[in-house]
Ligand binder design. Structure first.
Ligand code: GLY
Length: 351
């Protein structure tokens, strides 16, 4: 078993191993010996994995296991779904000593984590990510949120899980479009802080080394979260391509999924930063070629003004400035504070 110990304000393990989902009940029993469990999931994941998890938990002695499911997709990541989850928990009389499980991708993990943070002012939760993106990014590090009309993840909290159980086999069976969302996040890790990982992606196919790649990405995330759990410095590196990516998701009415939008966002920033003399042309070319190698987009149809408007309400804005993440070289990104209007120029130069 690969075990990565996350050292945030709360320490917890991330377990990564092919086939480990079948032992989820046993792992949960180790950290939560008894009590009620509510599994929160979406309709797609429910049909694939919820029954197996319920049976597994029951075989480990958990008699009261409930399942709450909502329609899959980013559109469900709102306060109405959040309220529906918490009403369900109250209806089932879950108390502070009970447990939530987030079984699904990033939307399920983020909204379940937020429900766990606010229900009875805090209840324990476990993450079981079923997408590549959730495995390497959103299930680890304690960011929880839902979207507002004004933008993505604008209400939420930092709330760490008790345990993360990641079975790469579940991820390997994903359709390409969902797998590719995670590919963009994996490329991001290489671009921001690990040139060797970036080279591995250039030389081989990600699906061939999935378990190893997931472990490495989580190790990298651990470094960042240990240093800056509350996202005031180093952790912002993880947002490379995300400010513009979030705008793209919003402009497309969420038809362009998160990873695809982040891929375009990274490419726009890289091209824009070449013009500013921050990113060497060859490094930008390598990034864009790698994104293309994995059939992800590097451009979108939206004009500068449409991409800029949602970006200015981004969380990384402070007063009249916004922090953008720029690549000085492959494997070396830095935070770069610019006046908010400078972002418009960057987008214009990079699209
Ligand atoms: N997804 C970015 C972070 O966890 O900070």
């Amino acid at each position: 078993m690969n075990t990565i110990r996350i050292n945030a304000s709360k320490s917890y393990d991330v377990l990564v191993q092919n086939g480990c989902f079948k032992d989820a009940g046993r792992f949960i029993k180790n950290i939560f010996p008894e009590g009620k469990i509510a599994i929160v999931t979406d309709d797609t994941v429910q049909s694939l994995y919820a029954d197996e998890l319920v049976e597994n938990l029951k075989s480990c002695g958990f008699d009261d296991v409930f399942v709450f499911s909502f329609p899959h997709g980013e559109k469900s990541k709102n306060y109405q779904t959040l309220i529906d989850i918490t009403e369900f928990l109250a209806e089932k009389n879950l108390t502070r000593t009970d447990l939530l499980i987030a079984l699904g991708g990033g939307v399920v993990g983020d909204i379940t984590g937020f429900a766990a943070a606010i229900y009875l002012r805090g209840i324990k939760f476990v993450q079981i990510p079923t997408t590549f993106l959730a495995a390497i990014d959103s299930s680890v590090g304690g960011k929880t949120a839902v979207n507002l009309n004004a933008g993505k993840n604008l209400i939420g909290s930092f709330y760490q899980p008790e345990l993360v159980i990641c079975d790469p086999k579940m991820i390997d069976t994903l359709d390409d479009v969902y797998f590719d969302d995670g590919v963009a996040e994996a490329i991001k890790y290489g671009a921001i802080m690990d040139s060797k990982l970036f080279e591995l992606f250039e030389k081989s196919d990600m699906r061939q080394n999935l378990e190893k790649i997931i472990v490495r990405c989580i190790e990298l995330k651990n470094i960042v979260v240990t240093e800056d759990e509350f996202d005031v410095g180093l952790r912002q590196l993880l947002n490379f391509g995300h400010t513009i990516g979030h705008s793209i998701e919003k402009c497309s009415n969420f038809k362009i999924t998160h990873g695809h939008a982040v891929a375009i966002g990274m490419a726009i920033i890289a091209r824009g930063c070449v013009k500013l003399g921050i990113t060497p042309e060859n490094d930008a070319k390598r990034l864009i070629s790698l994104i293309e190698k994995y059939n992800l987009p590097t451009k979108c149809e939206f004009d500068t003004e449409s991409l800029y408007a949602p970006a200015v309400s981004d969380k990384k804005r402070t007063g009249g400035d916004i922090t953008v993440i720029v690549m000085e070289k492959v494997g070396g990104c830095v935070l770069h504070k610019i006046p908010v209007e400078g972002l418009k120029e960057l987008i214009e130069n990079g699209r």
